[in-house]
Design a binder for this molecule. Sequence first.
Ligand SMILES: Cc1ncc(COP(=O)(O)O)c(C=O)c1O
Length: 451
Amino acid sequence: MVDTAPAPAGSSSAAASTPLPDPSVVPPVWGRITNLVVERGEGSWLITRDGERYLDYSSGIGVTNTGHAHPRVVAAIQAQAAKILHSQQNITYHEPGLRLYERLRHVLPPPAAGGEWGAFLSNSGAEAVEASVKLARVATGRPVILGFRYGYHGRTGQTMALTTAKDVYRGHFEPLPGSVYHTAYPYCYRWSGGAHAPDEGCVCDWEAQLDLTFHQFVYPEHVAAVIVEPVLGEGGYLVPPPRFLPRLREITRQHGILLIADEVQTGFGRTGELFAVRHWDVEPDILVMAKGIASGLPLSGIVAGAEVLAKLPPGSHGGTYGGNVVACAAANATLDVIEDEGLVANARERGAQFLAGLRALAPRYPAIGDVRGLGLMLALEFVKPGEGDGRVPDPDLAKRVQAEALRRKLIVLTAGTYVNVIRIIPPLVTTSDEVDLALRTLDESLAAAGA
Ligand SMILES: Cc1ncc(COP(=O)(O)O)c(C=O)c1O
């Protein structure tokens, strides 16, 4: 149901008394997850026009890490907006931008090879991925970019070519840019005989597949960069086995290939480290960031060695709005909140609580094939018990669970190539009580959906 009803008597919402245009004004390309018309947000909660409160465990697809409308972020935006809204990066410097550029140089430990990190700011995740690809090609003089099956990097031309999470993201738009190949990501649940084993025992043969890719598709010395999501997002919330990233780092170094870590979804504390690569002590050559960086204002960026970054000649990349002054002010306040409120540690603790709760639920629901997650990036994969090898994807069930959760005022998303995964992305400010509430709600939703 579309929430266009007038506000109940006594509602504080003035906006709710004004009739809205019909939602059909929004084109269908924005595939719908709910029909809620939201008026405001507070921490983990979304409040609709008629005052209904929803626990938002989508975080606007992994964006509102500091919660909705964190007062410090809002105050920083308001203060900056009152001074200037647009101070174009080619034309002028601005204080919030200079401060943010400086801070982003320290989000990773100092480069192992010496020197310093540098940053580049743009608007969206896809735009930052585009920047990383251009930089990798210019820095290495090599043409090819290698991505992973199930990966998601955006929906612009170049990023569509890198994306294989789902057919709809690329299938209608051939021809796509070339010199892009894909190799196997370790999908432990599907490759390890049924038991999810993200540990040394995982039998994923991603390394053999990469070797095949080098022998069947492309010479490694032609590869500029490998782009990887350290925890794979849109394609199914896949947590790789512990040796994956360190070994990938070794292989890429052996061949002079740059490693691009796409941390658009995993960044800014989401997995219980400021950036997920830190779980495995892996140093990427280029770190891509967006989403959580500015608590909802459009901003993105890359971090790379300052000398590497300087290889992009002046004017060869950029954009009118990149590094917008108000978005930079929001990002500085976001980083302050993440630090001052210990949100990375909270992501670790609430994530462990949530994962333990989901694992406790799973034995009661035969259709839950796998439970996985890292920090506050959590997933349930649904299968049809008794059919095929016991791991036949069940997208209808995932949809029903999502709908039952929404009926109970909990917002969760789906993921995965077969859309049979429920992903749970709470804000990093979420509390222990809210996690318990979400677990109870999911339990009821699983039962109601017939899991
Ligand atoms: C890993 C990853 N990379 C890139 C993107 C694209 O970001 P945006 O939607 O801001 O273009 C996303 C968005 O979900 C993502 O999850």
